[in-house]
Design a binder for this molecule. Structure first.
Ligand code: HPA
Length: 271
Protein backbone atom coordinates (compact mmCIF):
# COMPACT_ATOMS: atom_id res chain seq x y z
CA UNK A 1 0.00 0.00 0.00
CA UNK A 2 1.31 3.48 -0.74
CA UNK A 3 2.19 5.94 2.01
CA UNK A 4 -0.84 8.19 1.50
CA UNK A 5 -3.32 5.27 1.77
CA UNK A 6 -1.53 3.86 4.83
CA UNK A 7 -1.70 7.19 6.64
CA UNK A 8 -5.37 7.87 5.85
CA UNK A 9 -6.26 4.32 6.87
CA UNK A 10 -4.39 4.37 10.19
CA UNK A 11 -5.21 7.96 11.20
CA UNK A 12 -8.63 8.61 9.64
CA UNK A 13 -9.55 11.11 12.38
CA UNK A 14 -6.66 13.50 11.63
CA UNK A 15 -6.55 15.79 8.60
CA UNK A 16 -3.15 17.41 9.17
CA UNK A 17 -2.70 21.03 8.17
CA UNK A 18 0.83 21.62 9.48
CA UNK A 19 3.76 19.38 8.55
CA UNK A 20 6.62 19.41 11.04
CA UNK A 21 10.14 18.02 10.65
CA UNK A 22 11.96 17.42 13.92
CA UNK A 23 15.73 17.68 14.02
CA UNK A 24 18.11 16.97 16.90
CA UNK A 25 16.94 18.68 20.08
CA UNK A 26 13.33 18.95 19.07
CA UNK A 27 12.13 15.39 19.72
CA UNK A 28 10.38 16.48 22.94
CA UNK A 29 7.61 17.90 20.77
CA UNK A 30 6.20 14.40 20.34
CA UNK A 31 5.32 14.38 24.08
CA UNK A 32 2.97 17.30 23.39
CA UNK A 33 0.98 15.60 20.60
CA UNK A 34 -2.52 14.49 21.60
CA UNK A 35 -4.70 11.85 19.88
CA UNK A 36 -1.41 10.53 18.52
CA UNK A 37 -1.03 7.81 15.94
CA UNK A 38 2.54 6.69 15.21
CA UNK A 39 3.57 5.11 11.94
CA UNK A 40 7.14 3.86 11.47
CA UNK A 41 8.76 5.00 8.23
CA UNK A 42 9.37 1.33 7.45
CA UNK A 43 5.60 1.13 6.76
CA UNK A 44 5.69 4.20 4.51
CA UNK A 45 7.18 3.68 1.03
CA UNK A 46 9.27 6.67 -0.03
CA UNK A 47 9.92 7.84 3.53
CA UNK A 48 13.57 7.94 4.62
CA UNK A 49 15.10 5.21 6.70
CA UNK A 50 17.61 7.31 8.73
CA UNK A 51 20.99 5.86 9.43
CA UNK A 52 22.17 8.30 12.11
CA UNK A 53 22.08 7.10 15.72
CA UNK A 54 19.96 9.47 17.78
CA UNK A 55 17.63 10.21 14.90
CA UNK A 56 14.32 8.38 14.86
CA UNK A 57 12.11 7.36 11.96
CA UNK A 58 8.44 7.77 12.85
CA UNK A 59 5.56 9.79 11.46
CA UNK A 60 3.18 11.09 14.11
CA UNK A 61 -0.36 12.19 13.30
CA UNK A 62 -2.27 14.05 15.97
CA UNK A 63 -2.93 17.47 17.43
CA UNK A 64 -0.88 20.20 19.03
CA UNK A 65 -3.40 22.36 20.83
CA UNK A 66 -6.26 22.37 18.33
CA UNK A 67 -3.93 22.21 15.35
CA UNK A 68 -3.95 18.94 13.37
CA UNK A 69 -0.35 18.04 12.55
CA UNK A 70 1.83 15.49 10.77
CA UNK A 71 5.17 15.34 12.55
CA UNK A 72 8.17 13.69 10.95
CA UNK A 73 10.50 12.56 13.68
CA UNK A 74 13.53 11.85 11.52
CA UNK A 75 14.57 13.28 8.16
CA UNK A 76 16.77 12.29 5.24
CA UNK A 77 20.09 14.14 5.16
CA UNK A 78 21.96 14.59 1.91
CA UNK A 79 25.17 13.40 3.61
CA UNK A 80 23.69 9.93 4.19
CA UNK A 81 23.51 8.90 0.52
CA UNK A 82 24.42 11.94 -1.56
CA UNK A 83 20.78 12.21 -2.70
CA UNK A 84 19.47 15.71 -2.14
CA UNK A 85 15.81 14.84 -2.81
CA UNK A 86 15.32 12.31 0.01
CA UNK A 87 12.46 14.37 1.46
CA UNK A 88 10.65 14.93 -1.84
CA UNK A 89 8.21 12.03 -1.52
CA UNK A 90 7.32 12.57 2.19
CA UNK A 91 6.64 16.27 1.58
CA UNK A 92 4.53 15.46 -1.47
CA UNK A 93 2.51 12.98 0.62
CA UNK A 94 2.05 15.48 3.49
CA UNK A 95 0.86 18.11 1.03
CA UNK A 96 -1.60 15.60 -0.46
CA UNK A 97 -2.92 14.97 3.06
CA UNK A 98 -3.81 18.66 3.30
CA UNK A 99 -0.75 20.33 4.85
CA UNK A 100 -0.29 23.95 3.77
CA UNK A 101 2.68 24.85 5.99
CA UNK A 102 6.01 23.18 6.78
CA UNK A 103 7.66 23.84 10.13
CA UNK A 104 11.28 22.74 10.12
CA UNK A 105 13.67 22.35 13.02
CA UNK A 106 17.33 21.47 13.27
CA UNK A 107 20.44 21.59 15.41
CA UNK A 108 23.03 24.12 14.31
CA UNK A 109 26.38 25.66 15.16
CA UNK A 110 26.46 29.37 16.02
CA UNK A 111 28.65 31.86 14.18
CA UNK A 112 27.83 34.66 16.60
CA UNK A 113 29.52 35.12 19.95
CA UNK A 114 26.33 36.68 21.33
CA UNK A 115 24.32 33.54 20.42
CA UNK A 116 25.74 30.77 22.66
CA UNK A 117 24.89 27.06 22.82
CA UNK A 118 21.30 26.46 24.03
CA UNK A 119 20.05 29.49 22.07
CA UNK A 120 17.09 29.26 19.71
CA UNK A 121 17.23 30.92 16.29
CA UNK A 122 14.48 31.70 13.82
CA UNK A 123 15.82 31.17 10.29
CA UNK A 124 15.34 34.37 8.30
CA UNK A 125 17.01 33.15 5.11
CA UNK A 126 19.57 30.59 3.99
CA UNK A 127 22.81 30.09 2.09
CA UNK A 128 22.85 26.95 -0.04
CA UNK A 129 26.62 26.41 0.23
CA UNK A 130 26.85 23.13 -1.76
CA UNK A 131 24.61 24.69 -4.45
CA UNK A 132 22.71 21.42 -4.72
CA UNK A 133 19.00 21.40 -5.54
CA UNK A 134 16.37 18.68 -5.08
CA UNK A 135 14.59 20.14 -8.12
CA UNK A 136 17.27 19.15 -10.63
CA UNK A 137 15.59 16.82 -13.10
CA UNK A 138 12.05 18.03 -12.44
CA UNK A 139 10.14 19.45 -15.40
CA UNK A 140 7.93 22.49 -15.85
CA UNK A 141 8.35 26.18 -15.24
CA UNK A 142 7.37 25.75 -11.57
CA UNK A 143 10.92 24.49 -10.97
CA UNK A 144 12.13 28.08 -11.22
CA UNK A 145 11.04 28.66 -7.65
CA UNK A 146 11.12 32.19 -6.27
CA UNK A 147 13.17 32.03 -3.06
CA UNK A 148 12.39 35.56 -1.87
CA UNK A 149 10.39 35.21 1.34
CA UNK A 150 11.15 31.45 1.35
CA UNK A 151 10.91 31.67 5.14
CA UNK A 152 7.49 33.28 5.35
CA UNK A 153 7.64 36.76 6.88
CA UNK A 154 4.19 36.55 8.42
CA UNK A 155 5.01 33.24 10.11
CA UNK A 156 8.36 34.64 11.31
CA UNK A 157 6.60 37.61 12.93
CA UNK A 158 4.14 35.26 14.58
CA UNK A 159 6.94 33.06 15.94
CA UNK A 160 8.77 36.11 17.30
CA UNK A 161 5.58 37.30 18.98
CA UNK A 162 4.96 33.95 20.67
CA UNK A 163 8.57 33.78 21.90
CA UNK A 164 8.24 37.26 23.36
CA UNK A 165 4.95 36.41 25.06
CA UNK A 166 6.63 33.31 26.57
CA UNK A 167 9.67 35.27 27.67
CA UNK A 168 11.91 33.03 25.52
CA UNK A 169 14.78 34.70 23.68
CA UNK A 170 14.55 33.91 19.98
CA UNK A 171 17.45 35.05 17.79
CA UNK A 172 16.92 35.52 14.08
CA UNK A 173 19.51 34.84 11.41
CA UNK A 174 20.78 33.29 8.21
CA UNK A 175 21.40 29.52 8.15
CA UNK A 176 24.23 28.24 5.97
CA UNK A 177 23.80 24.66 4.76
CA UNK A 178 27.01 22.64 4.62
CA UNK A 179 26.80 19.15 3.15
CA UNK A 180 28.66 17.34 5.93
CA UNK A 181 28.91 14.81 7.41
CA UNK A 182 32.27 16.22 8.53
CA UNK A 183 32.08 19.39 10.58
CA UNK A 184 33.36 22.60 9.00
CA UNK A 185 36.96 23.73 9.18
CA UNK A 186 37.68 26.95 11.09
CA UNK A 187 38.41 28.59 7.71
CA UNK A 188 35.00 27.54 6.41
CA UNK A 189 33.38 28.99 9.51
CA UNK A 190 35.19 32.31 8.94
CA UNK A 191 34.04 32.21 5.30
CA UNK A 192 30.42 31.60 6.31
CA UNK A 193 30.57 34.53 8.73
CA UNK A 194 31.99 36.77 6.02
CA UNK A 195 29.16 35.71 3.72
CA UNK A 196 26.58 36.80 6.25
CA UNK A 197 25.62 33.53 7.93
CA UNK A 198 24.66 33.37 11.60
CA UNK A 199 24.46 29.57 11.96
CA UNK A 200 25.64 26.44 10.15
CA UNK A 201 24.07 23.03 9.80
CA UNK A 202 23.67 19.98 7.59
CA UNK A 203 19.96 19.94 6.76
CA UNK A 204 16.79 21.97 6.18
CA UNK A 205 17.70 23.79 2.95
CA UNK A 206 16.69 20.97 0.56
CA UNK A 207 13.32 20.66 2.33
CA UNK A 208 12.71 24.40 2.14
CA UNK A 209 13.31 24.31 -1.62
CA UNK A 210 11.00 21.30 -2.02
CA UNK A 211 8.31 22.91 0.14
CA UNK A 212 8.38 26.15 -1.83
CA UNK A 213 8.11 24.14 -5.04
CA UNK A 214 4.99 22.47 -3.60
CA UNK A 215 3.57 25.85 -2.53
CA UNK A 216 3.91 25.19 1.21
CA UNK A 217 4.70 28.11 3.51
CA UNK A 218 7.87 27.52 5.53
CA UNK A 219 8.91 28.40 9.07
CA UNK A 220 12.23 27.11 10.42
CA UNK A 221 13.94 27.13 13.81
CA UNK A 222 17.46 26.15 14.86
CA UNK A 223 18.57 24.88 18.21
CA UNK A 224 22.16 26.03 18.77
CA UNK A 225 24.26 23.18 20.15
CA UNK A 226 27.75 24.66 19.77
CA UNK A 227 29.87 27.49 18.44
CA UNK A 228 31.23 26.97 14.93
CA UNK A 229 34.57 25.19 14.53
CA UNK A 230 37.49 27.25 15.79
CA UNK A 231 35.33 29.70 17.73
CA UNK A 232 35.69 27.96 21.09
CA UNK A 233 37.77 25.26 22.74
CA UNK A 234 34.84 22.85 22.74
CA UNK A 235 35.44 19.61 20.81
CA UNK A 236 32.80 19.12 18.11
CA UNK A 237 31.20 15.70 17.81
CA UNK A 238 27.81 14.17 17.07
CA UNK A 239 27.61 13.00 20.69
CA UNK A 240 28.16 16.58 21.86
CA UNK A 241 25.41 17.82 19.51
CA UNK A 242 22.96 15.24 20.88
CA UNK A 243 23.88 15.90 24.50
CA UNK A 244 23.42 19.67 24.10
CA UNK A 245 20.21 19.12 22.15
CA UNK A 246 18.84 16.89 24.90
CA UNK A 247 19.60 19.48 27.57
CA UNK A 248 17.54 22.17 25.87
CA UNK A 249 14.80 19.99 24.49
CA UNK A 250 11.99 20.99 26.88
CA UNK A 251 12.37 24.74 26.27
CA UNK A 252 12.60 24.26 22.51
CA UNK A 253 9.58 21.96 22.36
CA UNK A 254 7.41 24.28 24.46
CA UNK A 255 8.14 27.22 22.16
CA UNK A 256 7.59 25.09 19.06
CA UNK A 257 4.26 23.75 20.32
CA UNK A 258 3.00 27.23 21.19
CA UNK A 259 3.99 28.53 17.75
CA UNK A 260 2.42 25.59 15.90
CA UNK A 261 -0.85 25.89 17.79
CA UNK A 262 -1.41 29.45 16.49
CA UNK A 263 -0.26 29.05 12.87
CA UNK A 264 -2.97 30.36 10.54
CA UNK A 265 -4.78 28.64 7.73
CA UNK A 266 -3.78 30.35 4.48
CA UNK A 267 -7.33 31.57 3.90
CA UNK A 268 -7.23 33.34 7.29
CA UNK A 269 -4.37 35.57 6.19
CA UNK A 270 -4.40 38.60 3.97
CA UNK A 271 -2.54 38.29 0.66
N1 HPA B 1 28.11 22.40 11.99
C1 HPA B 1 27.27 21.72 11.20
N2 HPA B 1 26.16 21.15 11.65
C2 HPA B 1 25.90 21.24 12.95
C3 HPA B 1 26.74 21.92 13.84
C4 HPA B 1 27.92 22.54 13.32
O1 HPA B 1 28.71 23.18 14.04
N3 HPA B 1 26.19 21.82 15.07
C5 HPA B 1 25.03 21.11 14.93
N4 HPA B 1 24.86 20.76 13.65
Amino acid sequence: MDALSTITQRAPHIQPRIAVVLGSGWGGLTNLITDAVQIPYTDLPGFPQPTVAGHSATLWLGKIGLQPVAVMSGRAHCYETGAVDGMAEPLRVLKSLGCHTLVQTNAAGSLRLDMPPQSLMLISDHLNMPQRSPLVGTAGNERFVNMVNAYDSELKSLAALIAKAQGTILFEGVYAWFLGPQFETPAEIRMARLLGADAVGMSTVPETILARHLGLRVLALSFITNFGAGMSLEELSHAHTLQQAQAGSAKASRLLADIISVLPFPEETAG
